[in-house]
Design a protein around this ligand. Sequence first.
Ligand SMILES: Cc1ncc(COP(=O)(O)O)c(C=O)c1O
Length: 428
Amino acid sequence: MDVKQKQDWMTIRRSRTTGALAQAIDEGLTSFTVVERHGKQITTEEGKVFTEFVSCSYLGLEHHPALIEAANQAMARTGIHLSSSRGAMRPQYLRQLEELLEEIYQGGSVAVFTSTSNVHLGVLPLLGSGSLPNYPLTRPVHWLMDKTAHASMQVLRGILEQFGPVSRVDSADEPSVQQALQNCGENQRTPVLLIDGIGSMNGLIPVAELTRKLAAAGGYVYVDDAHGISIVGRNGAGYAFAALDHVLPSNLILAGSLSKAFGGAGGFVVVAGADDIEVISTLANPLVFGHSIMVPMLAANVAAAKLHLSLEIEIRQEQLWKNVNLFDSLTGNSLMNAGVQSPVRGALFENEVEGLEAARLLRDNGILLFPVFYPLVPDGNAMLRFAFSSEHKESEIRQLVNTLFKIREKGLNWAKPQAIAPQVQVTQ
Ligand SMILES: Cc1ncc(COP(=O)(O)O)c(C=O)c1O
């Protein structure tokens, strides 16, 4: 018997993680505690006020009066939580939310989960087993995991392998995608491509083009557009749905987030038919064996969905892109994602020491951001990640830009990486 065991992926990740993150936490550069917030101004528990470029609530809806009022009213009626699986009992707001989301994603059917990770956990085994009526399988699946796909999909590798092999692909490299599809054809497999829409660290994935390619190969596309939801598209349908001209292709499943720009909390899936939803509701693990979103957040989601169906969302989208464009023009398009319709920008530093020093200088100038290290960027690098919101004021953006230039004057240079593939592949 071969007793030589391969190291598990978590041990590999742990052994390659440096002390940079621990140091950033120790120094209060990240992982800080917020006691109060007004717009983008936060007060930390030390009593200091900063402008934050951390939150993924890109439209500032989370403190909209309509959401707060809805949450308060719901709590008064039903309390904080209906602690039961949705199959057994559910708050009235759940179906209301799904119906409103179906207005946003016209032609699609929607199921709401407590998180986007739970959407993946619930839906991918159903897709991989051919259980969804509108996504039939005549041949077993071969999962093609894009190298930039979010960790919440990558971590499911062991589960996905129960349904078919998993290969890592680079969806930006056309010949390699073509090769992977050809291999699937030769091996009598149905290709299923797993991609992000707008990446949490990267730019945009060409969803429409990839969907056409997969359709031609008899395959499916599963898109996690968590960061793209609300910030673009009609009624805030998101980057991926807008790129598909607001029509759900028959070979695509869309996963989204309610916890980022949407303003509330949770995740959702858009599939082709009500019969798919019936299967998801009765078989998806997190729905059958997990609770539904807590009452105040569910009611807030309903209020947020109504705002998505009003003019308000367009006004906020416009302001967000105005802010992002201002930042790009003031920095001469010199950061990651410059010119791309993503609310995230990044400054890559060649080494962690420089990245930490830059984060310190920004903090000393009243700015907090999200510093990331391996495994989110390649080993040894550091990335300062800035998330923009419609709520940032021009003066706050100018202050960030001025500080970035001061950092450069001190000899700390940021680079504009082409693409950062998170190093979180879950391989044995
Ligand atoms: C692209 C993407 N997908 C999924 C998730 C996980 O979302 P959740 O916390 O709802 O599981 C995130 C979280 O940041 C994300 O960025």
